[in-house]
Ligand binder design. Structure first.
Ligand code: HEC
Ligand code: HEC
Length: 319
């Protein structure tokens, strides 16, 4: 009996030691490194291109990167006591030492396609644009290099302190960079309304990511295969970092937006006011720059999505 206890004790001790070693490796060992393969692109700077880029930057990047100074200088995304640690979004202004002045166009494009930063380390997977058309992505880069007030240099360094959880997810391979396939990506023409609406809502503006069941189960290459596609219930955080459930925006008459009019839909997406007249949470970005043509296309596409009877609890989210 004594011998048995001793052996069990030794085995438990060894297991504990192994666990401690793995934990130490996760916490203090270096982050995984990947090769950076800058993407060559022809970045145009005509006014149409810049307007296109502004739309993408203001509709997507500004949501996380708008600082208190009104520029894209970065902000606190997760508080120090969150499981992810203290997370700041990066400084996207043109500052040469603290902002995107440090990135070449090719490095920036590679980060946005794969999630690999210029230092070869993976970024948190918040801004991987693997389905965005080349033209839109190149326009975004042109805008970030432009004379727009949003990207005027701001000399602040935004440094995140990753918690144990994201370190573990990176190191154990649960968060991996996305493969860069190098094939040209071309958006459908606006005249092909439903296809265009699908592109805008499922490949360009992250509507599908936030409005499907969860970020973890979202299908990054084939969004329509994602569980709970557009059925809502995903957890998004508002500006005070409180969780808010995304809405079911399938055409379900009761739990979705099947009974809404296109006018009500436009008001919700552009101005953040829903069909009940309620102001939507900050967790739903205001897509103020979307044109009527783009909104009609999204609307037309969403009408073709299978209605899901997922009832999302919204009371707690009203403000
Ligand atoms: C959901 C929030 C979110 C959105 C949307 C977002 N970002 Fe970020 N971004 C972050 C966070 C958080 C970091 C810091 C990540 C890290 O260090 O791992 C970051 C980091 C970056 C960096 C790296 C900066 C550096 O110092 O290496 C770049 C470049 C960047 N973002 C560009 C963009 C662009 C361009 C867009 C719009 C297309 C965008 N991001 C949209 C949250 C976001
Ligand atoms: C960052 C995540 C996020 C993105 C991106 C996003 N949404 Fe939302 N959306 C939400 C959340 C969260 C709510 C619920 C807000 C609330 O209850 O106050 C919401 C609410 C809505 C509503 C209101 C529905 C209702 O029943 O009140 C509509 C319509 C909507 N979103 C459409 C869109 C469209 C279209 C897009 C893309 C152009 C989009 N959303 C992109 C998170 C997002």
């Amino acid at each position: 009996m004594k011998k048995f206890l001793k052996i069990t004790g030794i085995i438990l001790g060894v297991i504990l030691l192994l666990i401690l070693c793995v934990a130490a490796w996760i916490n203090w060992g270096g982050m995984p490194g990947y090769e950076v393969k800058p993407i060559t692109a022809n970045i145009k700077t005509d006014s149409l291109t810049l307007a296109k880029g502004q739309k993408v930057a203001e509709n997507i990047c500004a949501y996380c990167h708008r600082g208190e100074d009104g520029r894209l200088s970065g902000r606190l995304i997760m508080k120090p006591d969150s499981p992810f640690g203290e997370i700041w979004s990066g400084n996207l202004t043109k500052d040469p030492d603290h902002g995107l002045g440090r990135y070449s166009d090719g490095e920036l494009l590679y980060l946005l396609r794969t999630g690999i930063k210029r230092d070869g380390h993976p970024a948190l997977p918040f801004m991987i644009m693997n389905r965005m058309a080349d033209e839109d992505l190149n326009a975004l880069v042109a805008y970030l290099r432009s004379d727009a007030p949003s990207v005027e240099p701001v000399a602040v360094e935004r440094t995140s302190k990753l918690g144990f959880l994201p370190k573990a997810l990176f190191k154990l391979g649960a968060i991996k960079p996305v493969e860069y396939k190098g094939e040209p990506i071309i958006a459908p023409p606006p005249s092909d309304q439903v296809a265009y609406g699908r592109y805008i809502s499922a490949s360009l503006y992250f509507c599908a990511e936030c409005h499907s069941a969860s970020f973890e189960t979202f299908d990054q290459w084939d969004p329509e295969k994602s569980p709970g596609y557009f059925g809502g219930g995903n957890v998004v955080e508002d500006l005070d970092l409180n969780p808010v459930f995304s809405a079911n925006i399938t055409p379900h008459p009761e739990y979705g937006i099947g009974n809404w009019t296109e006018e009500q839909f436009r008001l919700a997406v552009r101005n953040g006011i829903n069909a009940d007249g309620r102001a939507l949470s900050f967790a739903m970005p205001k897509f103020a720059l979307l044109s009527d043509e783009e909104l009609s296309a999204i609307w037309a596409y969403l009408r073709t999505v299978p209605p899901l009877d997922n009832q999302v609890v919204r009371e707690a989210t009203a403000r």
